[in-house]
Write a protein that binds this ligand. Structure first.
Ligand SMILES: [Zn+2]
Length: 174
């Protein structure tokens, strides 16, 4: 089993003025031992943000880019965090295109309950691949959303893509 040491996380914990919040699922995912990343569907740990699959996907390949910092304040997000959030969003779109060839992609944030945020205390960017015809009448009439691929299968397809991408970044050939 691969073991990753993440000394930068210690620095984050020491410096952060927005400490992780008990009971917040988006905090608990990245605080968990990286050995559990696969079962937590955590695809990539960046310096300031991480990428995770949505447990209740709107569609196959529904990803989220999440700052480590527990905050709902988008305007108040530190510039470096905001930059990494958007950089990883772009990477998600690129890797989803490479693996799934979707016809389109929705990217966006729901800020506040009124805007539809399921977890309104911790910012997260949704990246949702779309295919022509995926918005069929079934969710409307049946209250059922069909997601054809198992979450673990999605992880098995996307995780190597993130590893390959991050290896390229470290080698300076992004
Ligand atoms: Zn949180």
């Amino acid at each position: 089993m691969e073991v990753k040491f993440t000394p930068w996380r210690l620095a984050y914990i020491k410096k952060s003025d927005t400490p992780p919040e008990a009971g917040c699922v988006l905090c608990s995912i990245h605080q968990a031992d990286p050995a559990h990343d696969a079962e937590n569907l955590l695809l990539y740990r960046g310096r300031l943000c991480y990428v995770v699959q949505n447990l209740y996907p709107y569609n196959t390949g529904h990803l989220m880019v999440v700052p480590y910092a527990h905050t709902a304040d988008l305007p108040g997000l530190p510039e470096a965090t905001a930059q990494e959030l958007f950089r990883l969003t772009r990477v998600c779109v690129a890797l989803l295109h490479a693996e799934y060839q979707p016809h389109g992609v929705n990217v966006g944030m729901n800020i506040g309950r009124a805007a539809g945020a399921g977890i309104d205390a911790h910012l997260h960017m949704h990246v949702v691949p779309r295919w022509n015809g995926d918005t069929n009448f079934m969710p409307l009439i049946g209250g059922v959303k069909l997601v054809p691929e198992e979450l673990s299968q999605t992880y098995a397809r996307l995780h190597p893509r993130f590893l390959q991408w991050s290896a390229g970044v470290e080698a300076g050939v992004e």
